[in-house]
Design a protein. Structure first.
Length: 854
């Protein structure tokens, strides 16, 4: 019979429905923990049943997604066994009570799906597409709301998001909420946003993304949010300027702690070598720990006490200007960075020391003008110090300044105001490759009463080039001496070291452009030999006896001014002209090469030695203001004094004149034969005089060196090559006689070194006169007496050499000479004549010299 129940299936024990199909959420529903357990059932009329007949009661075991609950499975749209149900009114605990779900639940081969409200740690999420999986829940929601909680153990901020994606990892205690369309609104005020992902955990609300508000932007892979705070171990930070148009500070990889309630944030770099960039002021710094006071709008930087912070300009025109600082304060209200503990700044070739180590930098990297700063230049030699400077540091290779240069002379405290100080690149080539130098100029006015050494006044321009220890002096100087009868301002254009001042001069002039002279000169109209020390000549055509040019310096220890050839004054050379004015007593001493007998035609006189005098002119009675500048009366043509000058000299002289060799041989034979009766010339007792005089008389070279060396042996042996002299006297003390207009020898015996190159080196009775009248009709007279009592006289003037002797052999030889031997035609067409004269002429000269000495 046909029984309706049959065929029929009767289960005797539990049976199961599994959902570990690969296409069911990638097989996450493993059958060992996720299954629907059927209670024993009967399934009748298997040969004919409908969809509605497929229903089985049982219990869902959901791998602890929910607690087991009873339900009836039936055929679903995908023909799988499942159900659609609703939770009780208070929902089901989810994931072992880590959360709660309230709403519709469906089970099929699509997985365990839901449409309802998920609550987790204070967050309430309504979603229509929830996917529950054993270790994960996925969902999307139109909005996400997390209410602020200040409960102990769970402090979370208010958070709100729209169109979010939810990824709940319950066993990792994390719910990830990702914003799709708009960033999350954070905190109760709702002024902060997070673009990225929120992570809700039992430890609080975390975040991965970009936290932004009106004052700053922070980016981190893991923020920890408090009720109104944020922390992160690794953060990228951008703090905005007050006008919100630029970035004030930017740094990466810092640990951040931001308390929005207290309006304070602290940041500390995770890497010692990280830099913080300050874009608005175009600097970067190694100071990587700082506190941001949001309420007061400032940032305070902190550095290691043992390692000051570094600041480098990133402005393209500042060439990476660099300095160090101990502390820094960034005022966001004024966009100014205030740095203290700055030891110095290197700009161009100078060290710039800010006052109290403090400086300020504003927008665009503009460093505020440094007042009361100190400049030391250059960085290599540190030659120059400028104090109380006002400095504009414009870059690593450029600065401009004004300041005061200390120029103290003993107890006299002085300074130069340098109104134009510039450190900049100079020369050719690319800007970055040009040499950087500091140049400075300052004006010294008469009112400054300025001295460049203990006894030299100055007015004019003083400038420096930092790479040189020397200063440049352009202007007028004047010697401060009560012993000078007249003091003139004279032109100076020289470089010199202020610590060892030596000033160059060549053709000095006074304020009116009239020439000034230093040395000894012969007055054309006065027949006086007189000294000058930066003074006009009595008359411009006066004859130079010992002109002195080159350099001058003041020697404080000796209280004297020294003028002369630079090699001599500075280097101690034997050669060169020099004049010493002794300020202590007004005496003038000169040494070097003399110009004697320059008016002698066909006779050449070379002379050197020393010359002495002192001023006899009375100093004018001038008031203070008259002393400051040249007076009208003190012009380049000065009136000579009434009192006669006393001028003494010690002269080494070589005289070249045409004297027949036969006559000179007779002289030499006579003197040599009686040389034992004459005292030798003594050189060693005054070697300094002989060495200097020899060096100035002879041309430099090995022959002169040999002659100088011979002096050390007690002789003066001059090699023939540099001894063209008819007579070479090694020393003749002389005196100028204005009445005779002559230099006249003052001792009866003088040192004769050689005759026609033949060494003599004996003290012989001899008399010499260089007559130099104002009309330049120079004359020369020489009287030499042999130890044999025979004398020889030579007098020369206007091309005629007068000769006589009491030596019969000499006179017979002279008388026997042919006319052509006595009268010679010279290259210029004129004649040179030798005349024998009466011995009375020699006696007259002898008496003349004796009389001139009185």
């Amino acid at each position: 019979d046909d029984i309706p129940l049959f065929p029929s299936l009767q289960s005797k024990d539990n049976s199961f429905v599994f959902y570990d199909y690969e296409k069911t959420q990638n097989g996450v529903y493993l059958r060992d923990s996720f299954y629907f357990q059927l209670t024993p059932f009967s399934f009748n009329h298997l040969d004919f049943f409908s969809k509605e007949d497929v229903q089985f009661e049982g219990t869902l075991f959901s791998a602890d997604i929910f607690p087991p609950f009873d339900e009836t499975v039936s055929l679903q749209a995908d023909t799988s066994l499942g159900f659609i149900t609703k939770t009780p009114a208070d929902g089901y605990p989810a994931y072992q009570e880590k959360g709660n779900y309230d709403g519709e639940i469906s089970l099929s081969n699509l997985g365990l799906l839901a449409k309802g409200n998920v609550k987790y740690l204070g967050a309430s999420i309504f979603s229509e597409d929830i996917i529950f999986m054993p270790k994960q829940m996925l969902a999307s929601a139109e909005r996400f709301d997390l209410e602020e909680s200040r409960e102990e153990g769970l402090e979370v901020p208010r958070a709100q998001g729209f169109d979010v994606k939810i990824d709940w990892r319950p066993y990792k205690d994390s719910m990830y909420i990702r914003s799709e369309e708009a960033p999350f609104a954070l905190f109760q005020e709702g002024l902060h946003t997070l673009e990225g992902t929120l992570i809700l955990t039992p430890g609080g609300l975390k975040g991965d993304g970009t936290l932004d508000w009106d004052k700053a932007t922070m980016k981190s892979r893991l923020f920890s949010f408090g009720v109104f705070s944020s922390k992160a171990d690794t953060t990228d930070v951008k703090i905005k300027t007050q006008d919100l148009k630029d970035i004030a500070l930017e740094t990466n990889n810092v640990k951040s702690d931001v308390d929005f309630e207290e309006q304070v944030a602290t940041f500390k770099a995770n890497d010692e070598f990280l830099e913080t960039t300050l874009p608005a002021i175009q600097y970067k710094t190694s100071m990587n720990e700082f506190t941001w006071n949001m309420a007061e709008e400032n940032i305070i930087f902190k550095s290691d006490p043992n390692k000051p912070g570094q600041f480098v300009s990133i402005h393209p025109d500042q060439d990476s200007l660099f300095f160090e600082g101990g502390e820094a304060f960034y005022d966001l209200k004024t966009d100014e960075l205030k740095v203290s503990g700055v030891p110095f700044i290197v700009a161009a070739d100078a060290f710039v020391y800010p006052d109290s180590g403090y400086l300020e930098i504003g927008r665009g990297g503009v460093m505020a003008t440094l007042n009361n700063a100190r400049i030391i230049a250059d960085t290599l030699n540190r030659h120059h110090v400028i104090n109380r400077a006002t400095v504009d540091v414009l870059g690593k290779r450029l600065y401009r300044a004004t300041g005061f240069y200390e120029y103290n002379i003993g107890d006299r405290e002085q300074e130069i105001e340098f109104a134009n100080i510039v450190g900049q690149p100079i020369g050719k080539g690319a800007y970055s490759e040009k040499r950087v130098v500091t140049r400075a100029t300052g004006e010294v006015t008469p009112e400054d009463n300025f001295y460049i050494d203990h006894r030299t006044e100055f007015r004019g321009t003083i400038s420096l080039e930092a790479e040189s220890k020397d200063l440049s002096f352009e202007g007028f100087a004047r010697l401060d001496s009560e012993e000078l009868p007249h003091r003139f301002w004279f032109t100076v254009s020289s470089k010199a070291d202020k610590n060892n001042l030596v000033i160059n001069y060549d053709e000095p002039k006074n304020y009116d452009g009239e020439p000034l002279a230093t040395g000894f000169f012969l007055g054309k109209e006065t027949a006086e030999v007189y000294p000058r020390v930066m003074m006009p000549l009595f008359f411009r055509k006066d004859r130079a006896i010992l002109p002195v040019k080159g350099v001058f310096k003041y020697e404080q220890d000796k209280d004297q001014f020294v003028f002369g050839d630079s090699l001599k004054v500075i280097g101690g050379s034997l050669r060169g002209n020099q004049l010493v004015f002794r300020n202590r007593d007004g005496k003038v001493e000169g040494e070097g090469t003399f110009d004697l007998g320059s008016g002698l035609k066909y006779v050449k006189v070379d002379a050197s030695g020393t010359i002495r005098s002192e001023f006899v002119e009375a100093a004018p009675q001038e008031e203070t203001n008259m002393i400051i500048s040249d007076t009208i009366d003190l012009t380049a043509s000065m009136a000579p004094p009434e009192q006669k000058y006393q001028v003494d000299a010690d002269v080494m002289t070589g005289i070249q004149m045409i004297v027949p060799d036969r006559l000179l041989k007779i002289m030499i034979t006579d003197i040599e034969s009686m040389s034992f009766d004459a005292s030798p010339a003594v050189y060693l007792t005054d070697l300094d005089f002989y060495r200097k005089a020899t060096a100035n008389l002879l041309p430099p070279g090995k022959e002169a060196d040999a002659a100088l060396a011979s002096l050390g042996t007690g002789l003066m042996d001059v090699p023939e090559k540099v001894n063209p002299y008819t007579f070479l006297f090694s020393r003749i003390p002389m005196k100028w006689n204005a009445e005779y207009q002559s230099f006249i020898s003052m001792q009866d015996k003088n040192a004769l070194a050689s005759i026609k190159g033949e060494p003599v080196n004996r003290m012989l009775e001899s008399y010499v006169e260089f007559k130099m009248p104002s009309n330049d009709d120079d004359r020369l007279y020489i009287y030499i007496k042999s130890p044999s009592e025979l004398f020889y006289f030579f007098g020369y003037k206007q091309g005629i050499l007068s000769v006589t002797s009491n030596n019969p052999a000499f006179m017979e030889e002279l008388a026997g000479m042919k006319s052509k031997e006595k009268v010679m035609k010279m290259d210029d067409g004129n004649t040179y004549e030798i005349q024998d004269v009466d011995v009375g002429t020699a006696r007259l000269f002898y008496n003349r010299v004796k009389a001139a000495r009185k």
